[in-house]
Design a binder for this molecule. Structure first.
Ligand SMILES: *[C@@H]1O[C@H](CO)[C@@H](O)[C@H](O)[C@H]1NC(C)=O
Ligand SMILES: *[C@@H]1O[C@H](CO)[C@@H](O)[C@H](O)[C@H]1NC(C)=O
Ligand SMILES: *[C@@H]1O[C@H](CO)[C@@H](O)[C@H](O)[C@H]1NC(C)=O
Ligand SMILES: *[C@@H]1O[C@H](CO)[C@@H](O)[C@H](O)[C@H]1NC(C)=O
Ligand SMILES: *[C@@H]1O[C@H](CO)[C@@H](O)[C@H](O)[C@H]1NC(C)=O
Ligand SMILES: *[C@@H]1O[C@H](CO)[C@@H](O)[C@H](O)[C@H]1NC(C)=O
Ligand SMILES: *[C@@H]1O[C@H](CO)[C@@H](O)[C@H](O)[C@H]1NC(C)=O
Length: 641
């Protein structure tokens, strides 16, 4: 008996000891930017200085620190965070491991390493305010917990509470445990949540909700972690923090009653309707096909690590051979675009912004460029860098081999796209817009969706161009009163006429583009007879007469598509162009409709609205001018959430 007590005491002591002194350097995630610094010696000096500075702060009992150094070129911004339960000694030891590991990225201008116990990241630009970024991922354990069902429900409720409480705790750190009496013995779950201290409460909440969605697929695995730029979430059936570090989170929960809690979990799981569910399914789908324990970045490297690169005017002038005519790719709403070849051989598109370099524009340019360069989605054209010093403002984008969709639909290449390609373009564009509206941390309304702004890559996958630039235009140019009103024929009437802006403005334009893709015809053919009927109007008439299929492009092989599916997609286009903005679906709903197609309960579209050549709304519809309740003049194009 004594022996037994002695052994169990030893075991407990060992366990405490392990907990008490463990730098927790199990590597969860790491990545290097794909871009190298221009001057290694400047960079190396700056990196060493910031790491020394960070260590100093950790030695002063801090568990979170940032430091930056910008001697010469190649500035370095760095951040470290230890989990608050780590002792100072363990924290420093985790940091030591991290700082040596992060040097594996050699001359990359950004890098991160994330461990159970701490994380370290540096970038060539300020990133402290980032909360959630693409690349966030859940990492599940390799063992199944005992008493799966009880364990699963316990994890779910514990994490739900933690995600709700942590943003309200001053230190942005929550650690808690829960013991449940099961049939075959007790089950205990330990969990922590932590946010970086440079984001606000809303950012913390947002990040943890994404983390919660990522970790959901882990139970009944004994362990689960979710990592992101702004937060960390972990649970385990083993104590990975000392018992004296648990925090009573009940005061930070809105209410302990079960309806509230259900609402919270419902809110997290169903979050804003379909979107989060889709995200979860998407993430699950993406990750479930990979090795569960090994997180992987995308092949281009972890995208959140690439800030906008700064180019000199000279470099870009050289890349485009003095912005020569031969290199001109076209002219967009914001200026001319040129093909360029950078010194490292990379082919890019350089946009010369035709916007006056006023003081306001200069200050907004940097913020805007930073914002846009953080938008990463496979259906959005990636901004690589910029140049703000020189005679013009220049933006450097990914080069798209197949150019604008308009050329393939209406130009000399008319009829060259088959149905599969067209459907992929419709779906991809919808996904890109859903990301801009709902998934990126700031809602970006494009305002000028049209085939010319949908570019096609080598594989004819669509990427939306020119998002986020509208804010650089003078305020009074942002709606019909002067130059910019989106493009005639694509702009939702309530915006063109009344300046009422909401993300449903893009939904409308998308609906028009879908009809154009299906029919191979322009909505509004300016070169033809001005009295010619609009595509949208004609399509609606045919649809009402139950002969909607007559608008389908005859150059497409009819054996390639299914009639029912085609009809459904035409209906989706009409749902998008309804005259009441409130009735139009959100882009994530559109994505869901396109993906599930016939299995979804069909919604009946109401009459579309469009503008005739006198710029009147047709049909005159009272509900349009009051549109949706959240569509107002004052919603700026980028509004924080
Ligand atoms: C960056 O540098 C590493 C080695 O220092 C090299 O292998 C890699 O190709 C470089 N990447 C670019 C994009 O120049
Ligand atoms: C920075 O630190 C590394 C590792 O300690 C060292 O190899 C390198 O020489 C240092 N660089 C500079 C510029 O001091
Ligand atoms: C750090 O904390 C320890 C104990 O908690 C204390 O003895 C020490 O003085 C603190 N150091 C600083 C620099 O505040
Ligand atoms: C990073 O570098 C260390 C040595 O500094 C090496 O042991 C380790 O395998 C490297 N890790 C990777 C992922 O390259
Ligand atoms: C399971 O994961 C742990 C770390 O959490 C690791 O030490 C162990 O080797 C893994 N076991 C297997 C079988 O992969
Ligand atoms: C399980 O928990 C209950 C209540 O917390 C406790 O009384 C009991 O001793 C525990 N059983 C075991 C096997 O630990
Ligand atoms: C928790 O307990 C450990 C020893 O078990 C001790 O070193 C540490 O200071 C304690 N921490 C707090 C916050 O009380």
């Amino acid at each position: 008996m004594q022996l037994l007590i002695c052994i169990s005491l030893t075991v407990i002591w060992c366990l405490l000891e392990v907990v008490a002194s463990d730098p927790q350097t199990f590597l969860l995630n790491q990545g290097c930017s794909q871009f190298n610094v221009t001057s290694y010696s400047d960079f190396s000096t700056n990196l060493n200085a910031t790491l020394t500075e960070l260590r100093g702060q950790l030695e002063n009992n801090m568990s979170f620190a940032v430091a930056q150094d910008a001697t010469g070129s190649n500035p370095v911004y760095a951040m470290v965070q230890c989990r608050n339960y780590m002792s100072k000694k363990d924290c420093l030891s985790c940091f030591t491991t991290a700082s040596s590991q992060i040097r594996n990225c050699s001359s990359a201008n950004g890098a991160r390493v994330i461990y159970d116990g701490c994380f370290l990241r540096y970038e060539s630009n300020m990133f402290y305010q980032q909360s959630t970024q693409i690349g966030h991922v859940g990492i599940c354990g390799n063992r199944t917990a005992s008493q799966e069902t009880v364990f699963e429900t316990t994890v779910e409720s514990l994490l739900g509470d933690l995600v709700e409480a942590t943003p309200r705790i001053g230190s942005f750190f929550g650690a808690t445990k829960k013991e449940v009496v099961g049939v075959n013995g007790n089950v205990t779950v330990y969990a922590v949540a932590q946010c970086v201290e440079t984001i606000d409460q809303r950012g913390c909440k947002e990040c943890l909700q994404v983390a919660y969605a990522n970790i959901q697929r882990c139970p009944p695995d004994s362990d689960g972690r979710a990592v992101d730029t702004g937060c960390f979430l972990r649970y385990s059936d083993l104590p990975f923090f000392g018992a004296n570090h648990t925090i009573d989170i009940t005061p930070f929960l809105k209410s302990r009653d079960s309806t509230k809690k259900k609402a919270l979990i419902g809110g997290l799981v169903g979050g804003g309707g379909l979107l989060l569910l889709l995200t979860i399914i998407f993430i699950w789908f993406k990750t479930s096909r990979k090795d569960k324990a090994v997180p992987q970045g995308d092949v281009e490297g972890p995208p959140e690590l690439q800030g906008p690169l700064s180019y000199t005017y000279k470099e870009l002038n050289f890349a485009t051979t003095n912005f020569s005519e031969e290199n001109k790719l076209g002219e967009g709403g914001f200026g001319e675009v040129y093909k360029g070849i950078l010194k490292n051989g990379r082919v890019v598109a350089v946009k010369k912004l035709a916007i006056n370099k006023s003081e306001r524009v200069k200050t907004e340019f940097d913020t805007e460029v930073k914002l846009i360069s953080n938008v990463h989605h496979r259906n959005l054209v990636r901004l690589i860098g910029c140049c703000s010093k020189g005679p013009e403002l220049l933006l450097v984008y990914q080069y798209m081999a197949n150019g604008g969709l308009d050329k393939h639909l209406f130009g000399e290449r008319h009829g060259s796209l088959n149905w599969k390609q067209r459907f992929d373009i419709i779906l991809g564009t919808a996904m890109g817009l859903a990301y801009l509206h709902e998934e990126f941390h700031a809602c970006i309304i494009h305002r000028d969706i049209k085939p010319g702004n949908i570019l096609l890559d080598r594989d004819f996958q669509p990427k939306i161009a020119d998002f986020g630039l509208v804010r650089l235009l003078p305020e009074d140019q942002t709606h019909l009163s002067t130059k910019f009103a989106g493009t005639f024929g694509y702009t939702a009437p309530e915006y063109a006429i009344h300046g009422q802006l909401s993300e449903k403005v893009d939904t409308y334009s998308f609906g028009v583009v879908v009809l154009e893709i299906i029919s191979g015809q322009k909505n509004h053919e300016t070169s033809l007879d001005p009295t010619a009927e609009y595509l949208l109007k004609r399509a609606w008439r045919l649809y009402q007469d139950d002969v909607a299929m007559e608008i389908v492009d005859r150059s497409m092989d009819p054996t390639e598509y299914n009639l029912e599916d085609m009809k459904r997609i035409i209906e989706v286009a009409f749902l998008c162009t309804q005259s009441s903005a409130a009735l139009r679906p959100t882009m994530s709903e559109v994505v869901a409709m396109l993906k599930t197609m016939s299995s979804l309960e069909p919604r009946q579209p109401t009459r579309p609205a469009f503008i005739d050549s006198e710029r009147r709304i047709v049909p005159e519809d009272r509900s349009t001018s009051t549109a949706s309740s959240n569509a107002t003049n004052s919603i700026s194009q980028v509004s924080g959430r």
